[in-house]
Design a protein around this ligand. Structure first.
Ligand code: ATP
Ligand code: MG
Length: 354
């Protein structure tokens, strides 16, 4: 009996130590998983902050040292010559002149954006009166205004509360305060007071390209007055805007909402790319992609991005192709009121050019 009792207690002890071993192993495993998760979190945080800080266009002479940029592709001979002849055109203040000369002006981070009070912008736009309103987009209404120093501005007033609007506002300020090119719309300043979010841009006297391509649907009325040469120049300048984002900035910036209404025209019909709220920093590996939620505008989103969520600079190139087709054909990307087979511009063109 005593033997049986001794055997039982030994067995009990053995079970106890096995249980202890299991508990200790489980605890060690959980600790290891926690450490691994924390290390991964630190890695991701560092990667994101490194990418944001490395978002520097090529260094401008005289500016403080920046991280080594991606070597810009050799400019066409005409650009090189103009660059040599007029080194002073590498400044922010003469962007328009340089735009006309087809040169990229890079002064990122040097001419910071201004912070405005709501009162200042209220006064500049005549109290956001209807007479000052020049357009309405998904972010909010756009108002024409004049700053006390006489500069004409366009003020975008966010009327979409919520996370998406807030993210778009932050991305627009973050990117446009670092990037400068005569082919991108310049951000003059912003205002963030309470729940109010406002963006202040250079005023583009001729508004969005879309309004000139389809005047019947806009305020212009009548047939488009854009002549062929102007259309081709707009296409070239918009391409230069994209080229700057994709090739001259490291990591590249993917616009993600490139479309005709985001190409704005100044008084001489020079084009600038606008609206960076949906932009993403791309992969710096050649041909690399970033996986992300599919966002953009119907008719302009690249099919492979729509299907896989893999976003690359090529996704913008697809959207650019759609804009080019709009310029060539004068048709909107999607119009289901058209005869069967003609509703989607890309399909209609690809069937007809075979
Ligand atoms: N800087 C500007 N100068 C002059 N007019 C502008 C300026 N920015 C926007 N606008 C006018 O406001 C209109 C609306 O622009 P907004 O970018 O808000 O919307 P959208 O591009 O038409 O649409 P979405 O919100 O879907 O991008 C433009 O079509 C243009 O007429
Ligand atoms: Mg827009």
């Amino acid at each position: 009996m005593s033997d049986a009792g001794g055997g039982g207690s030994e067995e009990y002890k053995r079970e106890e130590s096995v249980a202890l071993l299991v508990i200790v192993s489980l605890a060690a495993l959980s600790l290891l998983s926690l450490i691994a998760a924390f290390a991964y979190y630190c890695y991701i945080t560092r990667k994101v902050s490194r990418r944001l800080h490395s978002l520097q266009p090529p260094k401008r002479s005289g500016s403080p040292p920046a991280p080594p940029p991606r070597a810009p592709p050799p400019p066409p001979p005409q650009q090189q010559q103009q660059g040599k002849e007029s080194p002073s055109s590498n400044s922010a203040s003469d962007g328009a002149g340089a735009a006309a000369a087809g040169m990229a002006v890079v002064v990122a981070g040097e001419r910071g954006v201004q912070v405005f009070s709501y009162r200042q912008l209220h006064a500049a736009t005549g109290g956001f009166g209807r007479a000052h309103m020049v357009g309405q987009g998904s972010f909010g209404a756009v108002y024409r205004g004049v700053l006390p120093d006489g500069r004409k501005v366009a003020v975008k007033l966010m009327d979409r509360p919520g996370k998406q609007g807030e993210q778009e506002f932050e991305m627009e300020v973050e990117l446009l305060s670092r990037l400068r090119s005569p082919h991108l719309l310049g951000l003059i300043g912003h205002c963030s007071e309470g729940g109010q979010r406002l963006l202040v841009y250079e005023f583009m006297a001729n508004g969005g390209l879309q309004e000139h391509l389809y005047p019947n649907t806009g305020s212009c009325g009548g047939i488009s007055k854009l002549d062929w040469d102007t259309r081709m120049r707009i296409a070239l300048e918009a391409a230069k805007g994209l080229e700057y984002l994709h090739e001259r900035v490291n990591p590249p910036v993917i616009h993600r909402d490139f479309k005709s209404s985001n190409i704005l025209l100044d008084k001489d019909f020079h084009a600038r790319v606008s609206d960076f709220g949906l932009a993403k920093l791309g992969s710096d590996r050649a041909g690399g992609h970033v996986s992300t939620r599919v966002l953009g505008t119907q008719g302009y989103v690249a099919p492979e991005y729509a299907l896989t969520g893999h976003l690359t600079t090529k996704s913008d190139v697809y959207s650019y192709g759609v804009v080019l087709l709009e310029l060539l054909t004068g048709r909107v990307p999607v119009d289901m009121k058209r005869p069967p087979g003609e509703g989607v511009l890309v399909n209609w063109v690809s069937i007809n050019i075979r």
